[in-house]
Design a binder for this molecule. Structure first.
Ligand code: KIV
Length: 298
């Protein structure tokens, strides 16, 4: 059954109604289709794909072209959830024109309905420019992974009076700039709660405690597929990594022992024609006939 596609307006409405917003990342057709069939509100094509799909050590290495490639795949699998494309490192902080054009690529080429940018008050002029081009924007404050070399690693943010104050004021300024929601990443739950109470647009937490209006997780993390490291907030909702290992080892075993494929998993040649094949096979000069077949290639 096809539901009406989720919009940025319906995401904001959910906060007003006190309904939780459930979101997750996806990076390809098959995963996105499963998420969409589970009626999630929003799918983020996160730049986390740099790590979980491409094996880079952080999110800084992923390019615009790679992000668009994955966004296209996701949008082919989605008919209900809102799709947000994550603007990668250097795609929106060099100049405003680039920012708008790159944001536009997510919509025009990728099939997304909105983009996400990392940053606080300092990113507001960029958000204004993107929104002026009729593109919906999601904010992202707290631990913004494109800035890890500034933080010195994937570290919890907002732990001092000054840092907490900045986060709350940043959230207010992002709301004023017109974002439809804000991701709060790796900040103390008390500060996330204050932000959530302060602004009228939804907060989407990841490592920001239970009082956000919604939650997001990286799908490969929560399924136990990407296990290179486990932040405190991460809960495994499955051990798909182990399920994959088990399946791979069973398939390998059956191929080696010859039990896969059996006849039930094979195609049948129609009985009445098989005798003709056997008669030809037994009398033919295979080398000569093969040479004849490739003659025009020589
Ligand atoms: O890239 C990503 O997956 C993200 C989420 C963690 C919010 O930005």
């Amino acid at each position: 059954m096809s539901l009406q596609k989720v919009t940025t307006k319906s995401i904001i409405e959910k906060k007003k109604k006190g309904e939780k917003i459930v979101t997750i990342t996806s990076y390809d057709y098959s995963f996105a289709k499963l998420v969409d069939e589970s009626n999630y509100d929003l799918i983020l094509v996160g730049d986390s794909l740099s790590m979980v799909m491409l094996g880079n050590k952080n999110t800084l290495s992923v390019s615009m072209d790679e992000m668009i490639h994955h966004t296209k795949a996701v949008s082919r699998g989605v008919s209900n959830s809102l799709i947000v494309g994550d603007m990668p490192f250097l795609s929106y902080k060099v100049d405003l024109k680039d920012a708008v054009l790159n944001a536009g690529r997510f919509i025009q080429e990728g099939g997304a309905e909105a983009v996400k940018v990392e940053g606080g008050t300092e990113i507001c002029p960029t958000i204004n420019a993107i929104i002026d081009a009729d593109i919906e924007v999601m904010g992202h404050i707290g631990l913004t992974p494109q800035k890890i070399y500034h933080y010195g690693g994937f570290l919890v943010q907002g732990k001092s009076m000054e840092a907490a104050r900045k986060l709350i004021l940043d959230a207010k300024n992002l709301e004023k700039a017109g974002v439809f929601s804000i991701v709060l990443e790796s900040i103390p739950w008390q500060i996330a709660k204050l932000i959530t109470e302060t602004i009228s647009i939804p907060t989407i937490g990841i490592g920001a405690g239970p009082f956000c209006d919604g939650q997001i997780l990286v799908i490969h993390d929560m399924l136990g597929i990407f296990t290179d490291f486990k932040p405190k907030f991460l809960k495994y909702y499955g051990n798909v990594g182990q399920a994959i290992r088990d399946a791979l080892s069973e398939y390998k075993k059956e191929v080696i022992e010859g039990s896969y494929p059996d006849i039930d998993h094979s195609y049948e040649y129609l009985d009445q024609g098989l005798d003709d094949v056997k008669t030809w096979y037994e009398s033919a000069d295979l080398d000569e006939e093969a040479r004849e077949l490739r003659k025009h290639l020589e």
